[in-house]
Design a protein around this ligand. Structure first.
Ligand SMILES: [Cu+2]
Length: 611
């Protein structure tokens, strides 16, 4: 069943301003009076985190009821060495989420895709992960009203990935993160707290020799906004344009202060949601003169070289790492601001003076450890787009809006697609494993999006027609979440690879349609199980597609393991309310055809798709 929208819907062309609950009494706090909290750091190869309701002290007075990963407003930071298998188990102990109505999500939907919306699926954002463990939006759920899939789920991350500038076999050190990705309710559940933990790939030899700040001088900053009512609670009412709030939190603390030494610090910044985009800049208290933020990393880890910036935009799900040198400011206070007005943008609204300042740095006068206090002029090699050739397929993915839905249109090989909304039973692109793809990401209309492609990092070829300067700038060369303000076009290249195959198919044995392993090495240890697809009835127990062990489909006969390596990943806007209604679709890594068959092109003519 294909759900699509007509092409003729009127396109609204204005910047919308969303304000939650006008007239509601607001809780308040005094800025720069609470110290920054550093979330707990977990480092083991097998980590367990409980998904629990928690009463969290955010504002003074009454605690705030949140749905948490680990019991705190910002989930734990996980640091794992690259290339070393990491198991992350989530135990489900949430209760309020199961309720119907505005507080719970048990029966709530946005796209109309039914099912138990209080189930969870946790996406490891930024890592190269097998589909089964990627936090697939349409399945592999756990917990929920009836817990039919069990009350816990263990995700296995190999932390392995190659690219043309990194042949170590190990994923680049990078600041990644994790969040619930259940279709329809990502916005609601992230708002309540099921989003935001840093997952830092670490101990990368390519980075270990660099004298960058580390230890206590390497600090995660999870920046978000929330709207509190007069009881210090955060009820969620879906806002089509994106939910924003009037309190800026850093690591769960409203506009905190942070005591720093007069030396360099490395900060890792993330915006987990829901909809506000930030324009970070740094000033001394009482001054408007910008101080350099030295950006060193994007979502893919270290950039080729550091770049000094007086303003760093940061959209939903993007990550930037920057170094601040506090040495010239000993004994002073600095403020990290959200430069919302000078940029002429308040995205997507609800901007007040309370959202124009993020946090304060109180610079001391004593340095306790002067080591690793340098930003090298060369950081790490990044693949060039010219290395990603030949191109097997070019596609255009256009993001727009039709009436009351945010939509995606995929055009391929000269054929125009339709504007479509999320459908768990459909894929809109089918790259062949280990071949190069070139995708044009196009924002149509006067809205700001933040576009995330799962699976592997992507390389910038051009930005609004330019490949240099303000086109593919140093800080935009290698990413997986792309800022798409009005009328933006990116051309990017990437190569879906199957490194996950070896990690999850150690005996290299194909599956059959019944979900059992076939010769030569059947051990039936479960690699072929638990792979059914959901269609639009949600988390089905009966497969509607021939399964394979990796969430791929169309596996037939005695396909080799490489042929079966395919699987489904998401592409979507990470403005969470855009994603939920319903700017998301699936693409599939497809096996290389070995029988000379013509590769299928999705949905041509439109409406013909059966999968
Ligand atoms: Cu969007």
């Amino acid at each position: 069943m294909i759900r699509k929208l007509g092409l003729g819907a009127f396109l609204f062309a204005f910047v919308t301003v969303g304000v939650l609950s006008p007239g509601t009494a607001q809780a308040t706090h005094t800025k720069f009076t609470s110290p920054l909290i550093i979330p707990p750091t977990l480092t083991g190869s097998s980590i367990t985190i409980d998904a629990v309701d928690a009463d969290v002290q955010v504002l003074s007075g009454t605690k705030t009821k949140m749905w948490t990963l680990g019991g705190t407003a910002t989930p734990p930071t996980i640091r794992r060495p690259t290339g070393q298998t990491s198991n992350l188990t989530f135990n489900y102990a949430l209760t309020e989420i199961k309720g119907a109505g505005p507080q719970g999500v048990g029966s709530g939907t946005q796209t109309g895709i039914p099912g138990d919306h209080s189930q969870l699926t946790i996406h490891h954002h930024g890592s190269h992960v097998a589909p089964k463990f990627d936090g697939w939006a349409c399945g592999f759920y756990f917990g929920g009203l009836n817990a039919t899939r069990g009350n816990s789920f263990t995700y296995t991350y190999p932390l392995k990935e190659n690219d043309t500038a990194n042949n170590s076999g190990n994923e680049r050190a990078a600041s990644e993160w994790y969040h619930n990705h259940r279709v329809d309710v990502t916005g609601h559940t992230a708002w309540k707290g099921l989003a935001g933990g840093f997952f830092i790939i670490d101990s990368d030899p390519a980075e270990a020799t660099l004298p960058l700040p580390r230890g206590n001088y390497d600090v995660p900053l999870t920046i978000r906004d929330l709207q509190f009512n007069s009881s210090n609670q955060i009820p969620y009412t879906f806002n089509f344009d994106g939910n924003t709030g009037n309190h800026i939190l850093v690591n769960g603390v409203p506009q905190p202060f942070f005591n720093v030494e007069p030396r360099k610090y490395r900060f890792r910044a993330l915006v987990p949601g829901n909809a506000r985009k930030y324009f970070m800049n740094l000033v001394r208290s009482g001054s408007t003169t910008p101080i350099n933020l030295t950006q060193i990393a994007s979502e893919a880890g270290l950039m080729a070289a550091p770049v000094n910036r007086t303003e760093i935009p940061l959209g939903i799900a993007e990550r930037v790492e920057f170094v601040i040198d506090f040495a010239p400011h000993a004994g002073r206070n600095l403020i990290l601001r959200n430069n919302q007005s000078s940029s002429g943008q308040c995205v997507p609204g609800n901007c007040t003076t309370a959202t124009s300042e993020i946090m304060q740095f109180r610079v001391g006068t004593v340095v306790t450890d002067p080591s690793n206090n340098t930003v090298p002029s060369t950081l790490r090699a990044i693949p060039s787009p010219g290395q990603l050739t030949p191109i097997t397929e070019r596609r255009e993915v256009a993001f727009t809006r039709e009436g009351t839905h945010w939509t995606i249109r995929v055009n391929v090989a000269g054929r125009l697609g339709d504007d479509r909304i999320m459908d768990c039973a459909r894929t809109d692109a089918d790259p062949i494993v280990n071949t190069n793809e070139e995708w044009t990401i196009r924002g149509v209309g006067n809205w700001t999006h933040s576009i995330h492609i799962h699976d592997v990092d992507q390389i910038c070829l051009s930005h609004n027609g330019s490949s240099t300067g303000n086109g593919c700038s140093t800080f935009n060369r290698m990413k997986e979440t792309w800022p798409v303000p009005p009328n933006t076009t990116w051309v990017i290249r990437f190569k879906p690879t199957d490194f996950t195959q070896a990690a999850f198919d150690p005996d290299n044995t194909p599956c059959n349609a019944a979900g059992a392993e076939q010769p030569p090495n059947p051990d039936n240890t479960g690699e072929c199980q638990d792979t059914q697809f959901a269609d639009n009835s949600g988390d089905l127990t009966t497969p509607t597609h021939t399964p394979d062990r990796h969430g791929g489909d169309n596996v037939t006969g005695n396909q080799t393991a490489a042929e079966a390596a395919g699987g489904r990943y998401m592409i979507h806007c990470h403005v969470l309310e855009h994603e939920d209604l319903a700017m998301m679709t699936q693409w599939r890594v497809r096996s290389a055809p070995t029988d000379g068959s013509v590769r299928e092109v999705p949905c041509d003519p439109p409406g013909s798709c059966t999968n």
